[in-house]
Design a protein around this ligand. Sequence first.
Ligand code: HMG
Ligand code: MG
Length: 370
Amino acid sequence: MVTWALPVVHRRGGLPERVTIWEVGPRDGLQNEPSMVPTSVKAELIARLVGAGLQTVEATSFVAPQWVPQLADAEQLFELLERPQGVRFPVLVPNRAGLARAMACGVQDVCVFASATESFARRNLNRSMAQALAMFAPVIGEAVASGLRVRGYVSMCFGDPWEGDVPAGQVVAVTESLLEMGCDQVSLGDTIGVATTGQVVDLVAALQRVGIGPEHLAVHFHDTYGQALANTLVAVECGVTTLDASAGGLGGCPFAASATGNLATEDLCFALHGLGIDTGVDLDRLVEVSQWMAAQLGRPSPSKVVQALTSRRTAASGRPAADDLGRPLPGDGSDALPPVPDHVTELPGRTQEQQRSRRGDDAGPSRAGL
Ligand code: HMG
Ligand code: MG
């Protein structure tokens, strides 16, 4: 079998030479794990992601620990993190308590997270949209005054499991508020992964009409319907150059049952590198990171590129790519995955139950119905 360098590069005019990948796996990915991942594993994941060339790695959240127990170890994580110069480690903060915790850890980048819909604002933040913005205003003001950079997220920009289609005007209004309060960028979240490419073009155009250009925007697509890569590439064509993705396709949101993993960083890099767009990421090293993480979690990555490049590499080495259960073997073929990772512990039942009821597993629309 012939082997050749992949992806093959074909440049296209009108595209940027370089983009910023905003890696969200350690936060958006691990916040949705059914089990507690040890802090040391999280720290090692982040170090490996930086080693693969990612310069912005969203590390964790300083939210109420009873709401997201998976990330309750934020302080301990920052104690373990090496922070090389030039690498950004943003974190989510919902309120002043979260900001104070983050600043005590020396965090330089924070994100507030608003919603384009009332239903999700209430489920995710226990507040109306207006109350949530009122909670964020002093957080953003204090962070900016202290020299921090602040990103705003807007969730449910393209569809909401409780409200259906989301009018672009709702997204525009929340984005304007966040930028006016002092955010330097707003990431448009397709929390449940239902967006299609025409919607993306129309939303970026609607924002442009009120003077919000793509330089103020990032995009954040979950991949529920397999549209995340197409949507991200269309956003790049529209001028957006900060792109959220999650190594190996980890991800979801504990308060929206229909939110599956984010766009896999490897799938994004394969597409961008094929267009000759520089990401700073070493794709082979990143695939190794996701294989390693898959072994930690005891299940394979859903990323097509991780799967294909893993098979390609193991075919070249003459070793099997997966064990008998279809789980990936490490790239060097040295060890099979442990049957159940001993270090990953179950979350307390009460908090899992609370997350289920807040996200509406019992009363809200089912995953299949979205
Ligand atoms: P609440 O229960 O209304 O808040 O939650 P509260 O002010 O009444 O506080 C309740 C308790 O939490 C108090 O403790 C507070 O001290 C404590 P108690 O007196 O009961 O012992 N508390 C905190 N503790 C530590 N750190 C804090 C903090 N805040 C309060 N920061 C709140 C309101 C906003 C806090 C809660 O709803 C919350 O933490 N929500 C976070 C939800 C979350 O993290 N969701 C996932 C991230 S969003 C996402 O994934 C979407 C995104 O990826 C984009 C996309 O995909 O669209 C970003
Ligand atoms: Mg998300």
